[in-house]
Design a binder for this molecule. Structure first.
Ligand code: HSE
Length: 344
């Protein structure tokens, strides 16, 4: 039987949830393209690397992580190499990039993605950094290599934001995108409305597992800036990077500001916006007072929403309620199905 070989960089919560989906839905890829899915490599930063050209046993990988928190160095498939070595050796057709991102420089994700294209692999990534900084370069490399480059999970997890705009707005043009794109800061603002301190609110977001490793990336707007740049680059054909954005932190929002806004029927929200103005792209991430009638004022907790303003289709909003790890893993899985359909 024909097979499609996958390899992974990163095997944290998303990678493991994705493997669970692969196991549950084993028959689906077979039905779509008549190919069996095999995982031939998994490389991690701290849990070791496993390679087997004949296919790794996913249940066994998951069990090792559950029991020992890492892969067994005595296992016959254990290797001493990192991600780049795995890409060279594992013979996979598809590279699934799920590493922890540095929002500041989009590495190591971008370097790994380029290496995967050089080795003839399609790429699926859940990282926003590469699209926020290097979308045009990476798309060009994918096209030159004749490979697919998919990233639906990069913004709003499995909610079909990129796919909706790229597949369903044919003949139209998006000129503005506005959204609540960072769950941590939205949750923190909700908590401030409940008189909880900024520090405790951040701790709460960390306990929920939604904050970045460095939560100042969320609170100071850099995660939101990366996401709005990724949306602008992919959907609006912009060529922007997060350092071009006007970014204001929510650290300056005081209890008094929140109370004052509430008394006037307003809510303070951390709004990410990309707008085409006179041929230039204006990108901002700023706390704003929104009236109750604004759909973004109704985004609560760690939820997210994005409104696309299109010339012909008008305003379209996608709202995602309380996303969890399954939604991120689903975004990656939906990219795999897109890839299989494109391969035919
Ligand atoms: N720290 C991010 C957030 C995680 O709070 O939205 C999802 O990208």
């Amino acid at each position: 039987m024909a097979v499609l070989k996958l390899c992974f960089a990163g095997f944290g919560n998303v990678g493991r949830a994705f493997c669970g989906l692969l196991a549950d839905k084993r028959a689906e890829p077979l039905g779509i393209c008549g190919r069996e899915i095999l995982v031939t490599g998994v490389a991690t930063r701290s849990k070791g690397t496993m390679i087997d050209a004949a296919g790794l046993d996913l249940a066994e990988l998951l069990l090792m992580i559950d029991r020992f928190g890492r892969f067994d160095p005595a296992h016959v498939s254990y290797r001493g190499c990192g991600v780049t070595g795995m890409i060279e050796k594992c013979g996979a057709d598809v590279f699934i990039e799920l590493t922890t991102l540095s929002i500041k420089d989009a590495e190591p994700a971008t370097g790994y993605i380029e290496s995967a294209f050089r080795h003839g692999m399609h790429v699926i990534t859940a990282n926003k950094g590469p699209e926020a900084r290097y979308f045009s370069r990476l798309s060009k490399k994918a096209a030159e290599a004749g490979k697919q480059y998919l990233f639906e999970s990069a913004v709003m997890d499995g909610a079909p934001v990129f796919n909706m705009a790229r597949e369903c707005l044919h003949g139209d043009r998006v000129w503005k995108i506005r959204g609540i794109l960072n769950g941590t800061s939205n949750f923190v603002l909700d908590q401030l409305e409940k008189n909880i301190s900024l520090e405790d609110a951040i701790l709460g977001a960390q306990k929920m597992g939604i904050a970045e490793a460095d939560p100042s990336m969320d609170i100071d707007g850099w995660d939101g800036a990366a996401k709005i740049c990724a949306l602008a680059n992919v959907i609006m054909g912009a060529n922007v990077t997060p350092d071009m954005a006007r970014v204001d932190s929510i650290r300056g929002v005081t209890a008094l500001d929140i109370r004052d806004a509430g008394e006037k029927g307003l809510r303070i929200k951390f709004v990410c916006q990309a707008e085409e103005r006179d041929g230039a792209m204006d990108i901002s991430v700023t706390p704003q007072r929104l009236p109750a009638g604004d759909i973004l004022a109704r985004v609560n907790g760690s939820s997210a929403a994005v409104t696309m303003h299109a010339r012909l289709a008008g305003e379209i909003t996608i709202m995602q309620h309380d996303p969890g790890i399954l939604q991120t893993a689903y975004g990656v899985y939906s990219d795999l199905i897109t890839l299989l359909k494109r391969l035919g």
